[in-house]
Structures are given as C-alpha cells and as structure tokens.
Ligand binder design. Structure first.
Ligand SMILES: Cc1ncc(COP(=O)(O)O)c(C=O)c1O
Length: 366
C-alpha cells in the first residue's frame, strides 16, 4: 500500500499528461512558456482570486509573499509552531521573527482567540497554516489583522481546494500561498507552488520578486529571487486540473469514511472539522492518545505506511527554540506526541482503507 498513490493518478490521466508534456517539448519554452499564464488564469478562476502567481515551490510562495509585504529586519510574524518548518523558516530567512501562538487541540490549527495577545508594535503579519487541509479560522484572523493593520498570509500548502464559509482556501486573506509538491491535494511532478491575492500592487510585487525583482527585462526594481514555476510543471497541473474537482469529492468521501470507521475507538481521537468549512485531507491525521509510536510500529509490521506530521513543534526544534519558551504552546506539544497520518489520496481504494481501519483498530492498546 502506498502512503500517497501517485501511480494510480498518473495511470488515470496518462494521455492528457503525456500530451501536455509533449506540447512543451515541441514548443521548447521551458521557462515562462504559455502554460504558465494558462494555469494562472485557470487557478485564479478556480479559487476566485483576482491574481494567481505561480512560483517554484510552496516555500518560495511564502518567502515571496513576505518580501512583497515588505517585511523588514526585526518585524514579527505570528504563526503556529505546529507546522512544517518552511512556514517559520521563511519568516526568519526574510529577516523576521516568528512569534508562535498555540493551536486548538481538536483541529490542530492556530487558536485565533490567542493571537491578539501576541500582537506588538513590531507585528507585521499573521501567517496561519491551514493544516491537514482544513482552513484556520480565517475571518477571525482577518478581523484581528484589520484592527491592527496587519497582512494575513495563509499557508495553504495542505489545503488547496478546501472551502471556508463558501470561499476557497488561498482566496481568504492578503495572500494565500500553496504548494504543488507531488503529494499535495493538487500536485505536480516536482516542486511547484502559487500565490493568490486580490491586491493589484501586491500581485505586481510578487511577479517581480519571482524574477529577481525585474519590472522589465534587466531592470531590477527590487530585490527578488529565482522563483519561477517550470513550464513543464504548469503543463502537468493543466492536465490534472480537470480531474481535481472529482478528486476533492473523493477525498471528502474517503475522509468521512475514515472518520466513521475510527469513531469511538479507545485511545484514538479523529480531527474535528468545523461546520463552516471542510477538510480536503491533505493528510488524514488522527490523534493516538496512548503509545502512538508503538501503534505506528504495529501498523508498519502490518504493511501500512504512516507518517507523523509533525514529531516536534517548531519551538522545540533547535533552529527555532530561541523564538519561544519551551513550555509555551502546550497544545502543540501534546499534538506532536499523538498525531499519526494514515494513507490518503484520491486514488486510495475502499479495500485498502478498510485494511488500514482494521489494522489500526487492532494496533491500539487495550
Ligand atoms: C504547511 C506547509 N507549508 C509549506 C510547505 C512547503 O511547500 P513546498 O514543499 O512546496 O516547498 C509545506 C510542504 O510540505 C507545508 O506542508
């Protein structure tokens, strides 16, 4: 069994993907070819954002967004410590200071009710992470940001396609940043990402930063990066996009099926999904409240691949420990000891899912 079944997806889309790739090989515009504009228009329409700016990765999307809002040395950015390192890493790389605010124990997303107490005169932005495919409480976060004149950058690497109060993840705040890493809900065949915004000036800034700060060829108006998406990756995304809505449906079905099948088991808690939003299950993650590592080892012995997203909150990681006290963010620490992600993709079969549910039920300590 695969943790993420990318081979089945390719098999289903082979003629479209091969044709799209061949077209790029034929025209030869590997950098900023016509597929870039085409996928940006399609993704902007899909999310309801005015602008889509494709970039080299989800990491690059976060960095470019921070550069576009003009983050300066010493500026603070409020974020969650319970995330992939890239979130806080880009804040530090852009010269900022991550300020960690704890998560909600049941959704693992940043607790919006704790954010305002961490706002200081140095705060420039809030960077919530829509973890596992469910949006953070973006309207509550936007309201705090509006009160204090802050930007909001949604790290939507895991939540592309998710809905929040009838709007799409990435189209909910100043910037939405997503990843097209192969295992993400919409993945390409290498690294890729995109930024979304309704703000014309920020979109222009992001477009320039993506190409070394150029406002015209060899006119470097600002400091930028080499952050373009490859044309070949845009071609892969274009071939995958027509199937994406049905893949999201399938993710919803499989997510609900897992949640039903695992309900009420002793020593296990499923992720809470708020009624005003959905989860696209970028990861299907549960909380194993006792002996998580032993349960994971037993699943491995049964041939079930799993993963821990994430075994340490960032404020306990050597590179970030200086940014927070060790006993701050207790819900993040507790989650890091309990979370376990199960095999998930739109192409997971129900038989395989049943095997996972049975093996997990068997593996839980009695
Ligand atoms: C929450 C989060 N942020 C950022 C990233 C970085 O995305 P990428 O791998 O495309 O650089 C990831 C990828 O795993 C992620 O999960």
């Amino acid at each position: 069994m695969q943790f993420t079944d990318l081979k089945a997806q390719y098999a289903a889309l082979k003629p479209a993907i091969d044709a799209r790739i061949q077209r790029v090989l034929d025209h030869g515009q590997y950098i900023m070819g016509p597929e870039i504009g085409e996928i940006e228009s399609a993704l902007a329409a899909f999310t309801g954002s005015k602008h889509c700016i494709t970039v080299a990765s989800g990491t690059e999307a976060l960095l470019i967004a921070l550069m576009a809002i003009d983050l300066r040395a010493g500026d603070e950015v409020i974020t969650s410590p319970f995330t992939f390192a890239a979130t806080a890493e880009m804040i530090v790389l852009a010269g900022g200071k991550p300020v960690f605010v704890d998560i909600e124990a049941d959704t693992a997303n940043i607790d919006a009710t704790l954010i305002e107490a961490s706002v200081t005169p140095r705060t420039k932005a809030i960077m919530p992470v829509s973890l596992y495919g469910q949006c953070a409480d973006m309207d509550a976060i936007n309201a705090i940001a509006a009160r204090h004149g802050l930007a909001v950058i949604e790290d939507a690497a895991q939540s592309f396609g998710a809905s929040y109060r009838g709007r799409r993840s990435t189209a909910l705040s100043t910037f939405g940043a997503t990843s097209f890493f192969p295992s993400k809900p919409l993945g390409c065949y290498g690294d890729g990402g995109a930024l979304f915004t309704d703000d014309d000036a920020l979109a222009q800034a992001a477009r320039e930063i993506r190409v070394h700060g150029q406002s015209a060829r060899y006119r470097h108006t600002r400091i930028g990066v080499g952050g373009r998406l490859d044309t070949l990756q845009a071609a892969v995304l274009l071939a995958k996009l027509p199937r994406f809505e049905s893949e999201l449906q399938r993710r919803h079905v499989l997510g609900a099926r897992y949640t039903r099948g695992l309900q009420g088991l002793p020593g296990l808690r499923t992720l809470a999904v708020r009624p005003d939003r959905d989860c696209v299950w970028g990861q299907y993650t549960v909380f194993v409240t006792r002996d998580r590592d032993a349960v994971q080892a037993a699943l491995k012995d049964s041939g079930i691949p799993t993963a821990v997203h994430y075994p340490l909150p960032l404020h306990h990681q050597p590179a970030y420990a200086a940014h927070c006290c060790a006993d701050c963010c207790p819900a993040s620490v507790a989650a890091s000891r309990q979370v376990l992600s199960l095999p998930m993709s739109a192409d997971l079969t129900e038989d395989d899912q049943d095997r996972v549910i049975a093996a997990l039920t068997e593996a839980l300590p009695r």
